[in-house]
Design a protein around this ligand. Structure first.
Ligand SMILES: *Cc1c(COP(=O)(O)O)cnc(C)c1O
Ligand SMILES: [Zn+2]
Length: 392
C-alpha cells in the first residue's frame, strides 16, 4: 500500500492511513488521496478506479462489486415533471446491497496492513457483506449483531461461515466497543462509516459520472442511516472535480424515515448537532440508526451548500416501494425512501420542474420479505378447465 493520509474536516487533524478508524475528536475521517484518474480499459473497480485508492495491484479482492446499472424510469419522471429520473441499482452487487463497495475497500486495506482477522457490527446488509468478503479472502471473520436478531436474519449471514455472535446489552455502545477490542486483539472492524468504507462508496459517484457521460444529475438522493454512504458519494464527486474530470457537484438530499430521522430532524430545527432519536421504529429497518456516527458531519455538508434532508412517513415509504416495483425494481423499504422524499421535494419546490434526479437504490427487496405484509398483494386460483374462460 502506498503512503496516504486520513484527515478530519471538523478539527483539521491528520493521520497516516493506518488502522485508524476515527479522529481523536470523535468525528469521522476522510481518505486524502490525489493520484486520481479513471482507467477506461479497467473492467472491475480496482482496475478502473484504482488510482483513487492507495492500494497495490493484488491487494483488492473483487467479487464483482460495483459496475451496477443506472436505470431510467421515464414513466415516473413524466409523472413528477422531471426531465430525467435514474436509479442507481445497488441491489446488483454480490450480496445485493451497496455495502460490498466499502467492504471490498476495507478488506484491501486490512490485507495491506497484514490483518488476519476482520469484523463488523451490523443488523443486516453490512453483516452479510463482510461475512461474504471475509470468507472469500480466507480471513477469520467476526460478525457482531443485536442480541434479539431473529433467525430469519441470522441465517443469511451464517451461511457464509463467519464467527457470528449475538451480543446482549446496549447496541449503541457496540460500535465503539468493537473498535476498542479490535485494536487490542488485532481485529479490523470495518463498521458503517470507517474511512475506507466511505472511500469505497465514492465509486458510486464515479460510476454515475461515467454513466451520465459527465452530464451530472441536478440532485442525488441517498437513504441515510450512519451517514457513511452519502459522505462517500459526496466525496466521490468532490474528487472528480478536484481531478478536473467533473465541472460541478450535484445537489444532495439526505433521505430518512420519519420513524428514525435524527439528521432530518436536526436539519429542520437548524440544530448544530444531531441528538439521539427517541424510540426509533420504521419498516425501513436498514436506516434505523437513532444516533448516526456520521450524523454531525452529514449535517455540516448539507448546511454548507444549501442541500436538504427530508423524512418520509411509513405510508409514503410503502407506496414508494410499490411504485418502484411497478416500474420493475423491487427494493427493500430503505431503498424506496429516496423516491418517497423526492415526491416531497417536488411538492416543496426543492426539486424543480425539468430537473434531473438520481436515486440511490441501496438494497434488494428480498432482503426484507416481512414488508410484503404491508402491501395488499393479490393473486387468483382457478382449475385448469376454467382457465380459458378466465383469460377471455
Ligand atoms: C446501510 C444501508 C443504508 C444506509 O447507509 P449508511 O451508510 O448507514 O447511511 C441504506 N440502505 C440500505 C439498504 C443499507 O443497507
Ligand atoms: Zn477531528
Amino acid at each position: 500500500m502506498k503512503r496516504s493520509m486520513l484527515h478530519c474536516r471538523s478539527c483539521g487533524a491528520v493521520y497516516d492511513a493506518d488502522a485508524v478508524f476515527r479522529c481523536a475528536c470523535g468525528e469521522p475521517l476522510d481518505l486524502d488521496w490525489t493520484e486520481s484518474g479513471i482507467d477506461e480499459d479497467g473492467r472491475d473497480l480496482p482496475s478502473r478506479y484504482g488510482a483513487f485508492f492507495p492500494f497495490e495491484p493484488g491487494e483488492w479482492l473483487s467479487l464483482g462489486e460495483g459496475n451496477t446499472p443506472l436505470v431510467p424510469l421515464s414513466r415516473l419522471a413524466g409523472e413528477l415533471g422531471l426531465s430525467s429520473l435514474v436509479v442507481k441499482n445497488e441491489s446488483a452487487n454480490p450480496t445485493w446491497s451497496f455495502k460490498d463497495r466499502g467492504t471490498a475497500a476495507c478488506i484491501a486495506h486490512a490485507r495491506a496492513l497484514g490483518f488476519t482477522r476482520v469484523g463488523t457490527v451490523s443488523t443486516g446488509n453490512m453483516a452479510a457483506s463482510v461475512a461474504a468478503y471475509g470468507a472469500a479472502a480466507g480471513l477469520e471473520t467476526v460478525i457482531l449483531v443485536k442480541g434479539d436478531l431473529a433467525e430469519e436474519k441470522m441465517a443469511p449471514i451464517a451461511i457464509y461461515g463467519p464467527r457470528l455472535i449475538r451480543v446482549q446489552g446496549a447496541y449503541d455502545g457496540l460500535y465503539a466497543e468493537s473498535i476498542r477490542i479490535g485494536a487490542e486483539r488485532g481485529i479490523y472492524f470495518m463498521n458503517s462509516d470507517v474511512p475506507f468504507r466511505v472511500a469505497g462508496s465514492r465509486t458510486i459517484a464515479f460510476e454515475i459520472f461515467e454513466q451520465t457521460d459527465g452530464c451530472l444529475p441536478d440532485w442525488v438522493i441517498v437513504p441515510t442511516s450512519a451517514g457513511g454512504n452519502i459522505r462517500g458519494i459526496i466525496n466521490g464527486f468532490m474528487d472528480l472535480k478536484a481531478a478536473g474530470l467533473a465541472d460541478r457537484i450535484p445537489g444532495f438530499i439526505c433521505a430518512q424515515a420519519a420513524g428514525c430521522s435524527p439528521i432530518a430532524t436536526a436539519f429542520a430545527r437548524s440544530d448544530e448537532h444531531i441528538s439521539p432519536f427517541p424510540a426509533p421504529h420504521t419498516i425501513a429497518h436498514a436506516i434505523e440508526n437513532p444516533f448516526p456516527p456520521s450524523g454531525n458531519r452529514v449535517l455540516l455538508e448539507l448546511r454548507s451548500r444549501t442541500w436538504h434532508a427530508l423524512a418520509a412517513t411509513e405510508d409514503e415509504i410503502v407506496r414508494a416501494q410499490a411504485d418502484m416495483a411497478r416500474s420493475g425494481l423491487f427494493g427493500q423499504p430503505a431503498a424506496a425512501v429516496p423516491l418517497a422524499t423526492l415526491r416531497q421535494a417536488r411538492a416543496k419546490g426543492i426539486v424543480k420542474e425539468g430537473e434531473r434526479v438520481a436515486l440511490v437504490f441501496t438494497g434488494s427487496g428480498l432482503k426484507y420479505t416481512a414488508a410484503f405484509a404491508s402491501h395488499r398483494l393479490h393473486w387468483e386460483d382457478c382449475g385448469l378447465e376454467e382457465l380459458e374462460e378466465r383469460l377471455k
